[in-house]
Design a protein around this ligand. Structure first.
Ligand SMILES: C[S@@+](CC[C@H](N)C(=O)[O-])C[C@H]1O[C@@H](n2cnc3c(N)ncnc32)[C@H](O)[C@@H]1O
Length: 422
């Protein structure tokens, strides 16, 4: 007798679930529970006994797809470039949510719903965590982003476009927009300032050998630049930094566009506590390794920023921008960064800006259309508060150097050393 009842209950459950799948596919997460009961030939009380809440029903309907996405995340963890792997998985979540109606509604319930310990949302969050962690460790996803954030974004977009004429196209477009951000310099088809071919240079320059067919952003350009060789710069500090900073009492320093950390490590060795910033995650990783090898790992804090978009917190006794040039910079980008750099200088502190004054003597055909500002132009762009700053050095320095082929050459750089009033 008991077995009969159990068998009946199992049959009812299977029939209700099959009907629920059809109803949810046809009407989405809001499908009528009464209609499901009618079509399945059972009373509403029976539906509610098996699925006490709408959430429980949607969970059951979505289980197979969630399992497929879980396995897919597991496969992608070890594959390819970390951000691309994460995006591939998220694109699949988007596609499933668009085609399998009800999945987005199921995911809209919080992962920590006490009634559904292993809910769809919790399963996906756990599954994608290693994918996201890898991308964040590579500096390819902003720190602090969670899988729950990404799923919430997708659910929001899918539910908001459910009644659009082309839900799949519109969801995909809006999700891309969220991934790329709103600013034009993040969009992949940016045309201006695109460097072409191979560049040659010497330390501190922008014309180091690198092949760059079509960078989508500053981040991609500089990551690829550093990926081209195991080590790009010499590892020594810039002579202009050494010249200007060696007599300063050590304090806190901010190194903007630190590259592989030669300056940051020199500062740390000389007693400074340094925040070193770059757009390129691989350069920062190298810098951190070199600092550890040099025994000053604890004195340097590495932060990844596209400085035109975000900036480290705090004030510093020394803010240094050494050759912060970029062939893929937007118009006005360097000026914006230097303006924020000045604002980050503590009372009595120093802003040090070194930059090339032009291409070196051996570059007869400049590979990029880059403007090298004079110190006067830098000062004008800084637009410093009158009476609050003193110009301690403003100089054009020409020097004999060796070109990449080992021949004698000439190079001219600008140096600006400004002190904020105490
Ligand atoms: C020409 S290299 C100079 C590196 C180092 N300061 C030196 O003097 O050797 C310019 C550096 O600025 C970084 N950079 C360029 N644009 C940036 C941005 N918007 N935000 C942060 N770093 C940036 C690059 O990744 C690169 O490491």
């Amino acid at each position: 007798m008991v077995d009969h009842r159990r068998a009946d209950a199992r049959r009812n459950y299977a029939r209700i679930l099959a009907v629920a799948e059809q109803e949810v596919a046809a009407h989405g997460g809001g499908a009528s529970l009464e209609q499901i009961a009618r079509t399945a030939g059972v009373g509403s009380a029976t539906v509610r006994r098996h699925f006490p809440t709408r959430h429980a029903l949607l969970e059951a309907v979505s289980r197979e797809r969630v399992e497929a996405l879980r396995l897919r995340a597991r496969d992608l963890v070890g594959q390819g470039e970390s951000r691309a792997a994460l995006l591939e998985w998220l694109d699949e979540v988007v596609a499933y949510c668009v085609t399998a109606r009800g999945l987005a509604a199921a995911l809209a319930y919080p992962a920590d719903d006490p009634l559904h310990g292993d809910s769809c949302a919790a399963t996906l969050e756990q599954a994608a965590e290693p994918l996201l962690r890898r991308a964040a460790q590579d500096g390819r996803v902003a720190a602090g982003v969670t899988v729950a954030d990404l799923i919430t974004l997708i659910v929001g977009i899918v539910l908001a476009t459910e009644h659009h004429a082309d839900p799949a196209g519109e969801t995909h477009r809006l999700f891309r927009l969220a991934v790329e951000g709103l600013s034009p310099d993040r969009l992949p088809d940016r045309q201006e300032n695109r460097p072409e071919g191979r560049r040659r240079s010497q330390s501190g320059g922008m014309d180091h050998d690198v092949t760059d067919p079509a960078p989508a952003s500053g981040e991609q350009f500089w990551d690829e630049f550093y990926a081209a060789e195991e080590r790009i710069w010499s590892g020594n500090a810039n002579p202009l930094l050494v010249q200007e900073a060696e007599a300063l009492p050590p304090g806190t320093a901010l190194d903007l566009g630190c590259g592989e950390g030669g300056d940051a490590i020199w500062l740390a060795r000389n007693g400074w506590r340094v925040t070193a910033v770059d757009i390129a995650a691989n350069a920062l990783r190298r810098g951190a390794d070199h600092a550890r090898d040099a025994g000053v790992g604890d004195a340097v804090h590495w932060e990844r920023h596209d400085l035109s978009r975000s900036f480290p917190d705090g004030e510093f006794d020394l803010v240094s921008a050494q050759f912060l040039h970029s062939p893929v910079a937007q118009a006005g980008e360097r000026e914006t960064i230097l303006h924020r750099a000045a604002a980050a200088v503590a009372a009595g502190g120093i802003l040090l800006v070194a930059g090339h004054a032009g291409w070196p003597s051996w570059v007869s055909e400049p590979p990029h259309d880059v403007h090298f500002p004079t110190t006067g132009e830098v000062l004008a762009a800084l637009d410093l508060e009158p009476g609050r700053w003193r110009v301690e050095r403003e100089e054009l320095i020409e020097r004999d150097v060796t070109d990449p082929e080992g021949r004698p050459g000439r190079r001219a750089d600008n140096i600006l050393r400004l002190r904020r009033a105490a």
